[in-house]
Design a protein around this ligand. Structure first.
Ligand code: SF4
Length: 282
């Protein structure tokens, strides 16, 4: 019998690479262990992403900055903020980011995909993921694609972040297969700073990222099989305690996470609103 393909998304692979135990809590244990409360920085990131998705859903002649307050309000996520004053200040900041960002866009240029699901299969895995944006561009060798990922964390990213992102590389591989056009360019658009961190992959570097994803998929399948065959789930999916525990949704359910300092749901947001400091990058 052929092995079943491991069905995965970027967050599934990333979750296991960050911490196998977190992967288990998210994708294996049922019922799912209780999670902590929603994070304000995630609410802010989601709100900005949805506003940009809806921006591109507008007819070209309505893609004007005046449309942004309505777009942002329409799908604003309210969870995790300390109080209304903090939420208002986050809304104002998000609106400023969006206003500056759309100034850099040509409203007449239609992306090839907005929050578009792309998928690719190998002999090991079946990957699918939703890319924030896929641009059709003209490169030196003709039509090509670029993967765009929006970021709203406290600090900008650099080209090493774009190069090292497994998610972006897998989106590029999948977009190339789906649209049958070269896709080597990946970009992180950091809205708070207005910067773009870019990397141009080669077929070899994309193949390396795909191979790394396959290795992770094999590790996950082996761990899941070990548990199915009666192995100790705690051994199959070990904890990897570290700074990420502070921001882990399962901190309270995890013996290692209990050691990590607790943060208020808005702690990382405060750092986004007043940049430079520790915290996760939405
Ligand atoms: S609290 Fe830390 S060790 Fe526990 S699951 Fe989360 S990231 Fe892993």
């Amino acid at each position: 019998m052929p092995e079943r393909l491991f069905v995965c998304t970027p967050s599934k692979l990333g979750s296991y690479e960050d911490c196998p135990r977190r992967y288990r809590y998210s994708y294996v244990d049922r019922p799912t262990p209780p999670k902590g409360p929603p994070w304000a920085h995630n609410s802010l990131g989601a709100s900005v992403h949805t506003a940009l998705r809806n921006w591109f859903a507008l007819p070209v002649d309505r893609r004007r900055p005046e449309a942004l307050p309505t777009l942002l309000k329409g799908t604003w996520v309210r969870e995790g903020y300390r109080d209304e004053a903090q939420e208002r200040s986050a809304y104002r900041r998000a609106l400023e980011w969006l206003e500056s960002y759309v100034e850099t866009l040509d409203p007449a240029v239609e992306p090839l995909g907005v929050e578009r699901v792309v998928a690719v299969k190998t002999s090991v895995l079946a990957f699918n993921g939703r890319a924030d944006r896929i641009d059709a561009r003209t490169g030196p060798d003709g039509p090509e694609l670029a993967i765009v990922d929006y970021k709203t964390g406290r600090t900008g990213r650099d080209s090493d972040d774009a190069r090292g992102s497994q998610a972006l590389a897998l989106y590029a591989v999948a977009a190339e297969r789906v649209f049958r056009r070269p896709c080597r360019r990946v970009e992180l658009h950091h809205l708070p700073s207005g910067t773009v961190a870019a990397h141009d992959h080669t077929p070899e570097s994309l193949a390396r990222q795909l191979s790394r994803a396959e290795d992770t998929a094999r590790d996950i399948v082996a761990a899941e099989r070990a548990v199915a065959e009666g192995g100790d789930p705690d051994e199959a999916f070990p904890t990897t305690p570290g700074p990420i525990c502070t921001w882990c949704d399962f901190r309270k359910s995890c013996p290692a996470g209990a050691e990590a300092p607790a943060k208020e749901p808005w702690a990382a947001l405060e750092r986004v609103l007043t940049p430079a400091g520790e915290g996760p990058q939405p």
